[in-house]
Design a protein. Structure first.
Length: 342
């Protein structure tokens, strides 16, 4: 079968590899219908890497597909079912798993990073990692279940009531999902800070009240002019170190900052006194946390509108072109189809 294999040192190779096989009674063979490219994938492919990926691993952690074969012990799924993959395989024995924080599992293995993932025509996944996906959900929606699940985890950590003024840093895939979900929550005052013109355009299509190019405009001044002050909530969907220090200066008293973007090489310069003086709350968010069922239900809401920023649909053989478009910020969301566009 065809697969996109991480070779290390920033190299992703599209090549023929052996078909995966069911080895355990609870394994499920999935014919991958669609996968989406994540910012984390770009981080893995950086030199030096900003996130870890194991060389020799098939990449892709945001994917769904059709059940092609099941092990003898599988009870929850049948051939022909559509399923989405929870990409984090937890150990269930570490302190985080045992105290209700299994998304932070200290011994986690991740499909698409340390285990073979969804940038392939087929993938074998344990039954326990799968959720049913209604067949009527479009492929470009279903492929975004995992990032939407992450966003819903983040939404549980912030007071996103309609009266809040919210600033989102970044109009990449995650920033735009936050934008759509925040609009669904009734947020009217929503600004997006983004340097790429195309992405600012799509942020406005997704419902941003206004966008700002922070490389050319003074964010504090713009917020003062538009809102008469700062923001109540700031969401960093980029992970660049400088954002943290800047955002805490833009928050109103009692405000909340949510850090979502993850770059292992980023370093921040923050004034703790600003956090203390203004009684700010700073929170981190890592992956989905029991939020796949919520995301799957939300995908069936026609008002969600994730199709608004799907800019590229590519076959697996053309995945490198999709990745390059994201690197150049000439795309917002790229959906990959390993078995033909559907």
């Amino acid at each position: 079968m065809l697969a996109a294999v991480f070779k290390g040192n920033g190299v992703l190779s599209v090549e023929e590899v052996p078909m995966p096989e069911i080895k355990n009674d609870t394994d499920v063979l999935i014919k991958v219908r669609a996968a989406s490219i994540c910012g984390s994938d770009l981080h893995i492919l950086k030199v030096p890497p900003a996130q870890y990926g194991a060389p020799g691993t098939i990449m892709g952690h945001e994917f769904y597909g059709e059940v092609a074969e099941i092990g003898s012990g599988v009870t929850q799924f049948e051939v022909g079912d559509y399923v989405v993959v929870d990409n984090i395989l937890k150990c269930h024995t570490c302190i985080d798993c045992k105290t209700g924080h299994d998304n932070l599992c200290q011994n986690a293995k991740i499909y698409g990073q340390t285990l073979d993932g969804g940038f392939a025509q087929y993938s074998v996944i344990p039954e326990a990692q799968l959720f049913h996906m209604p067949k009527e959900v479009p492929s470009y929606y279903a492929a975004q279940t995992e990032p939407l699940s992450c966003v819903m985890n983040g939404m549980s950590k912030i007071p996103a009531t309609p009266d809040k003024k919210v600033l989102v840093y970044g109009a990449g895939p995650i920033g735009l999902i936050y934008t759509r979900v925040l609009k669904l929550y009734g947020i009217k005052h929503l600004a997006v800070a983004e340097m790429a013109p195309l992405r600012r355009e799509y942020a406005e299509k997704c419902g941003a009240e206004f966008t700002v190019d922070p490389s050319k405009e003074d964010l504090k001044q713009v917020l003062q002019e538009r809102w008469g002050g700062g923001c109540d909530i700031a969401i960093d969907a980029v992970g660049v170190g400088s954002i943290f220090g800047e955002a805490v200066e833009l928050l109103n008293g009692g405000g909340t900052m949510l850090i979502v973007g993850q770059n292992a090489n980023a370093v921040s310069n923050v004034k703790p006194a600003t956090i203390v003086r203004n009684e700010l709350t700073v929170k981190g968010m890592y992956c989905a946390h029991n939020t796949f069922p919520t995301a799957i239900k939300l995908l069936q809401n026609e008002e969600l509108g994730l199709e608004k920023f799907v800019t590229n649909k590519v076959e697996l053989k053309d995945i490198l072109a999709g990745i390059e478009a994201l690197r150049k910020q000439e795309a917002c969301r790229v959906i990959v189809y390993p078995n033909g566009i559907c």
